[in-house]
Design a protein around this ligand. Structure first.
Ligand SMILES: C[S@@+](CC[C@H](N)C(=O)[O-])C[C@H]1O[C@@H](n2cnc3c(N)ncnc32)[C@H](O)[C@@H]1O
Length: 232
């Protein structure tokens, strides 16, 4: 049941199999669109939950215009080996060690928000991304769509008392790397959390094929702007 044992998935993300596994994953067409946007950002981009730098490599931006943050040491070490010139910071998404408005844009990619439990910490992670981006800048988030993701699995998890709220899932992690817990955000939760963070939704597209979000979409990219004039 959720609440027993470690809740933050860091053991999974710290396993070398996981760090290398994410790096090997192909960049989707939806992520290509993210890269196009981030390449045009005049300021520096922060990627929260950057892993071993798959999206940094896909963007192909100058190392001076990108900062990677992750709470797990293993992927950061792999990133530093591959790109010694890049700035990486080990920190939790819910407590970013940067001043307000430091960056031109933030990316919370590859559905990383879903691995943050509980809900208060997810809200804090969104608020932190918005805080460290300058007003008018961009925050890009990817996530599964609650309506399409393992609906039957979620119900079963609740029935088996492995999950305490709808949207929480627990199961074997990829690459045989232990157990993984995640929360598929409902659209109401996402709307409330982004409103609190001062984020305004501008655009959405399908994470896989980069096209419009449709009933067949399993996951989505959401592009937000940081409200100007919000007290920071
Ligand atoms: C699904 S992996 C994606 C890695 C990378 N963004 C990519 O696209 O390949 C999610 C990453 O987010 C990191 N992460 C998860 N929760 C985090 C948190 N609370 N604070 C910082 N990093 C976190 C994990 O360590 C992991 O490296």
């Amino acid at each position: 049941m959720i609440g027993v044992g470690p809740r933050n998935n860091i053991e999974f993300y710290n396993s070398p199999l996981s760090a290398q596994g994410y790096l090997n994953d192909p960049v989707t067409l939806g992520e290509d669109r993210i890269c196009e946007i981030l390449r045009e950002v005049p300021g520096t981009v922060i990627e929260v939950g950057c892993g071993a730098g798959r999206m940094y490599e896909a963007q192909g931006t100058s190392p001076s215009k990108w900062v990677g943050v992750d709470y797990a040491q293993t992927p950061l070490q792999l990133l530093a080996q591959r790109h010694p010139d890049v700035r990486v910071v080990q920190a939790d998404a819910a407590a970013l060690p940067f001043a307000n408005g430091t960056f031109g844009a933030a990316l919370l990619g590859y559905h990383m928000l879903e691995s943050i439990l509980p809900a208060a910490r997810r809200r804090q992670a969104l608020a932190e991304a918005a805080r460290v981006v300058e007003p008018g800048g961009e925050v890009i988030v990817t996530r599964h769509l609650g309506r399409s993701y393992h609906r039957v699995g979620q119900v079963l998890a609740i029935v088996r008392r492995q999950a305490h709220e709808f949207g929480d899932l627990v199961g074997p992690a990829r690459h045989g790397a232990g157990e993984f817990r995640m929360h598929v955000l409902g659209s109401r939760e996402m709307a409330a959390a982004t409103r609190l963070a001062g984020l305004v939704l501008n655009q959405t597209w399908d994470y896989r094929d980069g096209g419009p979000v449709s009933l067949r979409s399993v996951s989505v990219v959401e592009r937000y702007s940081v409200l100007r004039g919000v007290k920071q």
